[in-house]
Design a protein around this ligand. Structure first.
Ligand code: ZN
Ligand code: ZN
Ligand code: FE
Length: 755
């Protein structure tokens, strides 16, 4: 007995990070039991406290598995271990939470079906082939949550009564499905239904056979996924893809493709190790990859990239077992700019016009989420669109932002609310100028207030008074802080990187209202959260036609040419003059000359538009940011040379434009011109940073704004600055585009108030 007691040791363990509402306490319970340890676990405001006591020999294994086998969604920031006195505890207990009155514990994002469940689907008698199988480690979460606390009754699973078998698992703490709220099986859970013009099919076996044969025949199917409906067709069938494109009124914008598995993806695209990790993570985002072999022509017209993802619902896995094709297009089920369809009725009325069949299931999607999109830049995952699998995980702040609502921008909108030292960013909302999207925005703001129990006492908006986000949010809060667009971009990136000191911020994007009333978008700022000093920018360009210049690259092409050459630009034999009606060209040139309806812009996006038009790479564009994307996709890595730019208080690319034109006239390859142009922007930006550094001594450089979605530009500028001993901070948790701006607005508002 004495010997035994000698070997009993005890520890108190603190686990910080995202460990609440993600099945962590049952995990600790099972782990302790497996290792024959006694003790308890309890939630506290900022994490968990665990007490374990037992044989010393069991401890190392327990500690290791605590770190390495934690639930997939949990995120351990820190584990502290302190030796403690054994109390002679008998058993292991989950203690009631203390001091958690106003503390929401986290709501998990939706999680791709896990390998254990894919096993069970083949072996568990009551779940054989069951397409809604899930467990503590996987399944829908945020999309089905109606209110807090996260409990089956507060989800859209409430209408499904558990069968005895499921309830047994749900209540057994040693079971993989202990308190898995969406737990269900063939006897008691949701079911799929296939609707075609002539029939309704509810037998899942038959439904799968029908679906796979329809897809292989080139048909289009609308199918309900985790966060909304998808449209699906064979990714190698040219005709099917172009028909889908026509019906969806989606000209040119790339379609995402779901591949059977990682191996198959590698056949069609180049996949680095980091890209493979992103593809197979439980979040299952769409990953932008470089194409290796072509799929159907209409998927990503003339771009060298493809948005690829892997199966994340049991349905996808089961369908691939039937299909004999390597991949299908899986694009959001919506019309043009509208939000993705989530209701069965809407799918049956609107999507049935596009699709040959509609597959619904009888559980509601409460919170709409799109598929998230990421791109690996400099070996780090960057968000392009943040939604399913990421939302509503918060960003931890180094300051308090309680009760602040940040309204976001207008295009690619997300908003953000502050609670304590956490910032909750909404899922991707979209372009608020679309009426349905605006309703989605307003509804989601109301839901976040309810879900996270905050009533805004302060509202942060863009400086632009006419952004629909600004207009709406002003009505909500008693107090409003307006934040300049590019200042918000930089602040957002500072928050992510826990910076709290003046930095040199580069905010490159398409547009954002500046304090001088012009449209900005190539800003070199020295800033902290409280303010900014605009140290420089790319020279202003006339935007003939205002907003339409952002949609028609040739307008910016003319603007740049006119600035460089005046009327003699017409002597140049450039493709732009052959692709646009002469009369229109004359009219627009007149407008530039007389400064009629030609607001000024320093937007780097507009510069890229103009160069894409001058080089003939993209004279007319069909979707947002097409021209810069096409220009980027031509770049030949490894070529260093560049054109000239004049660096003063502003950067003038006039010399570069002249050199581009003479390259064009000499018949230089467009790819070479595109590369040189990219290098010019990098070189000029680096020189500007050096100049500001010499003046201020600051070495910390922050890169933000949608232009940095350009992988080549981002990587070359970051690497050039690093080589010159600057410390460079970039985004990884929120998008660098306007989808991340709300976080910056929130930070500026919080700091302004705290000041
Ligand atoms: Zn699972
Ligand atoms: Zn059941
Ligand atoms: Fe922006």
């Amino acid at each position: 007995m004495e010997d035994y007691q000698k070997n009993i040791i005890a520890f108190q363990i603190g686990v910080e990070g995202l460990v609440q509402g993600v099945g962590f306490r049952p995990f600790v319970y099972r782990l302790a039991r497996n290792h024959g340890l006694n003790g308890w676990v309890v939630n506290r405001t900022d994490g968990l406290t665990i007490k374990v006591e037992g044989p010393a020999s069991s401890m190392p294994c327990f500690m290791e598995e605590l770190r390495n086998q934690a639930p997939v969604v949990s995120q351990i920031d820190e584990i502290t271990i302190e030796q403690d006195e054994p109390e002679g505890l008998n058993g292991f207990f989950i203690l009631a939470s203390q001091d958690m009155t106003n503390e929401t514990s986290e709501i998990s994002p939706d999680i791709a079906v896990c390998p254990d469940c894919l096993d069970d689907i083949k072996n568990q008698p009551h779940r054989l082939g069951y397409p809604f199988i899930n467990c503590t480690n996987c399944g829908p979460r945020f999309t089905i949550v109606k209110d807090f606390p996260y409990d089956r009754e507060k989800t859209t699973m409430a209408s499904f009564a558990m069968c005895d078998k499921c309830r047994e698992e749900y209540t057994d703490i040693l079971d993989r499905r202990f308190h898995a709220q969406p737990v269900a099986c063939n006897h008691c859970g949701p079911v799929y239904t296939l609707h075609t013009g002539s029939r309704t099919e509810t037998s899942f076996e038959v439904l799968l056979d029908l679906t796979s044969s329809m897809v292989m025949q080139g048909k289009t199917i609308a199918v309900k996924a985790t966060g909304g409906f998808h449209l699906m067709c064979d990714a190698l069938n040219d005709e099917a893809v172009s028909r889908l494109r026509k019906l969806k009124h989606r000209d040119g914008k790339p379609f995402a493709v779901m591949f059977r598995d990682l191996e198959t993806t590698r056949h069609f695209a180049r996949v680095s190790e980091t890209e493979a990790l992103a593809l197979s993570s439980w979040r299952r985002p769409i990953v932008v990859l470089n194409t290796l072999r072509p799929l159907a022509a209409g998927i990503s017209t003339a771009l060298n990239t493809i948005g690829a993802f892997l199966p994340y619902m049991p349905f996808h896995h089961l369908l691939f077992e039937k299909l004999k094709i390597p991949a299908f297009v899986l694009t959001s089920g919506n019309l043009a700019q509208e939000p993705i369809v989530i209701r069965n009725e809407d799918a049956l009325s609107t999507l049935s016009e596009i699709a040959d069949a509609v597959i619904t299931y009888n559980r509601d999607i409460f919170n709409r989420t799109d598929d998230s999109v990421v791109r690996i830049v400099n070996d780090k995952e960057r968000m392009v669109r943040r939604s399913r699998g990421y939302v509503p995980l918060p960003v931890k702040l180094d300051f308090l932002a309680d009760g602040i609502l940040a309204a976001g921008a207008e295009l690619s909108n997300t908003f953000c609310i502050g609670k304590g030292n956490r910032a909750y960013l909404s899922q991707h909302i979209g372009d608020l100028k679309n009426h349905e999207t605006l309703l989605f925005y307003e509804e989601t703001i109301a839901r976040f207030q309810q879900l996270f129990r905050i009533k805004p006492s302060l509202v942060a908006t863009d400086l632009h008074p006419d952004y629909l986000s600004t207009v709406f949010a002003r009505k909500l809060g008693p107090q409003v802080v307006s934040v300049q667009h590019h200042h918000a971009h930089i602040a957002s990136c500072m928050v992510e990187n826990h910076l709290n000191e003046p930095v040199i911020g580069l905010a490159f994007d398409g547009t954002g209202l500046g304090s001088d009333g012009h449209s900005w978008g190539s800003e070199f700022m020295v800033c902290d959260y409280l303010g900014y000093d605009r140290k420089g920018h790319f020279e202003y360009m006339a935007m003939p036609g205002g907003d339409s210049a952002a949609e028609e690259p040739w307008r910016m092409g003319l603007s740049l040419l006119y600035k460089a050459y005046g009327q003699s630009m017409f002597d140049l034999d450039l493709p732009i003059f052959k692709s646009v009606d002469n009369k229109i060209i004359a009219l627009v040139t007149g407008a530039i000359h007389k400064q009629i309806n030609s607001p000024l812009s320093s937007g780097s996006g507009r510069l890229f538009d103009g160069v894409a038009a001058i080089t003939g790479v993209c004279i007319h564009s069909q979707f947002h940011a097409e021209a810069p994307m096409r220009l980027e996709s031509l770049v030949m890595p490894g070529i260093q040379d560049c054109y000239d730019a004049d660096i003063g208080s502003t950067v003038s690319f006039k010399p570069a434009i002249v050199q581009i034109c003479s390259d064009m006239l000499e018949g230089a390859p467009v790819a070479l011109i595109a590369t040189r142009f990219h290098n010019t922007v990098t070189e000029a930006s680096w020189k500007m940073v050096r100049k500001i550094h010499e003046e201020t001594g600051i070495r910390k450089v922050v890169l933000s704004g949608g232009t940095f979605q350009n992988k080549y530009l981002s990587e070359s500028l970051e690497n050039k600055l690093l080589k010159d001993n600057f410390t460079v901070y970039t985004h990884s948790r929120v998008p660098c585009n306007d989808g991340g701006i709300a976080l910056g607005q929130l930070a500026v508002a919080a700091k302004t108030m705290n000041n």
